[in-house]
Structure formats: structure tokens, C-alpha cells
Design a protein around this ligand. Sequence first.
Ligand code: RIB
Ligand code: CA
Length: 310
Amino acid sequence: MGNSVIIDTDPGQDDAVALLLALGSTLDVLAVTVGAGNVPLDLTVKNALKVCDLANRSDLPVYAGAGGPLEGDLVTAEHVHGPSGLDGYDLPPPSRLASKGYAPDKIVELIMNRPVGEVTLCTLGPLTNVALALRLEPKIAKRLSKVVMMGGGFFEGGNTTPAAEFNIYVDPVAAAEVFSSGIDLVMMPLDVTHQVLSNPDRVRAFKEIGNLAGEVVAGWIGFFDRYDMEKYGTEGAPLHDPCVIAYLLEPGLFSGRFCNVEIETESPLTRGMTVVDWWGVSGRTPNAHVMRHVDAEGFFSLLVRTVGML
Ligand code: RIB
Ligand code: CA
């Protein structure tokens, strides 16, 4: 697998931690592409630029993409992430504007201009930009090394409706197109991300790193925690999106199964559900490596170690 990655994101505090994990690691991040999700596109773009500044990477291209789902209206999550989408630590305004270019076009260009298998696409939000890129150039499906995506849920149910997780719920049509594209997919559903819960000791570990990035991450998690702690009665919130980057850095932290996954796009009751055939009863062809277990301690020590490199 090539070491080059494109990160598609809708920051969001957990997206921002995932970006810092990638930028503090040895991964060759080619670009950040941004979509609407946690908050509207103008804010997710601003947040992505702020995180690049925090990581001293204001050289990294940040491309704006789709402002909403392929079909229907945008659903956002300010109640989780705050009105800015990055509440919890007050970062300075971005040092620059977004880079010239539309994210789906840039995803195609970056992949087609590199050898087969060189680029991995990491998705941390709704899959709209990826579906649009596939519509522009279906060949990217087989040229990519893989897509590692945070989204969906099965045994854990949904977090936005009883059946649907937010990233898929926002754009189930895009998700259905990505899951049927033939792309080599690694899926990080809520079944895994709900095992990596922050807690006061883990927040303290970021604070104790002693650098600005650690301070900021502690502030973001401290804010992001409150909603899920209330909802799930846990002592911390799941750090969803960093699981995607952690998988690239230490795949051995995770385990799962190659299954068929279909996306419900019609039913009003279950729209956005990821129907994971974990027991192989459907006879449908497997199309995703669905992760179900993670070494949470190993995950958080990777996170603290790498944020400490920034
Ligand atoms: O359901 C969790 C996902 O939705 C995460 O990616 C979070 O950032 C939000 O986008
Ligand atoms: Ca996200």
C-alpha cells in the first residue's frame, strides 16, 4: 500500500483529532477535502484550515466540496459539536482561504495522477464528495489502494436514528454508490468507535503532553464529551474519526470480518441503515472489511504519542 492519503472530512472535533493524528504521523497527506456534515460547509472548511494551521501545515491543500447530500436536505449536528463545529478550544481564524479547486475534481486528479494502489482515501464524514468523484471517474475505484471510512453501525444500532449513524444518514445515496463501487472498503462503524471512549484520565493524558496540540485536543474532547456522556451514560465520548487514521498506522489494533454491507436508501423508518451481513446469511457478495473490535488502550496511547509529535 502506498503511504499517500487523502482525507475527506466534516470537522467536527473528532475529525480534527483524526487530522492531527495523520499530520503528526509518517503518513504522506496529499490533501484535505471537505464536505458539509457536522456543520455547514463554510464552517467545516474554516475548521479544516484552522487544524492545518495548528499542525503547522498551512501548506497542505484544503479543497471545499459538496455543500449537502446528493439528494434531500443537509442534516447537521451543532447540538453535538457546538455552533462552530469545533467548540471546546478557541483557535485563531484561519491563516488562508481554501485552495482553488472543487474537492471531487481534486480527489479524481490526485488519484489518477499517481500509480495504481498508491493512494488511500480516508473518509471521516458523509460520503458525498467520494460519490461525486466516482461519478466523475469510476476508474478511481480500482486505482485506489482502499477507502477507510468511519460510518455505519450494526450491533450498536444508530446514533442519529435508531437505525442510522450520522455520516451515512446525511447521505445514504452517496454511501450506497460508494459501497457498490467495487472499492476495497474498510468500515469503522459505531460497533468499534463506541469502544474508544474518552474519560477524565485520557483527557488528562492529552493535557499532560505539554504542547499546544495536546491542550487543544483536551479542550475539544472535553466539549465533545458532554453530549454523548448524557446520552449513553458513559464517562466519555467515542472518538469516532481517529479510528480511521489509527487503522492505517496500526491495523493490528483492530479486527473484523469481510461482509456484505448494503445501505437502506428508501424506508423512512430505516433510511441510512448499514445492513451488515455479519453471519453471511444473505448470499450477497461481501464488499467491506467491517471492523468490530479495537484495543482501546493501544488506540489512546498511539493518539497521545502522535499528538505529542506536533
Ligand atoms: O457518527 C459519528 C460521525 O458523525 C463522526 O464522523 C462525527 O464527526 C460525525 O461526522
Ligand atoms: Ca466526521
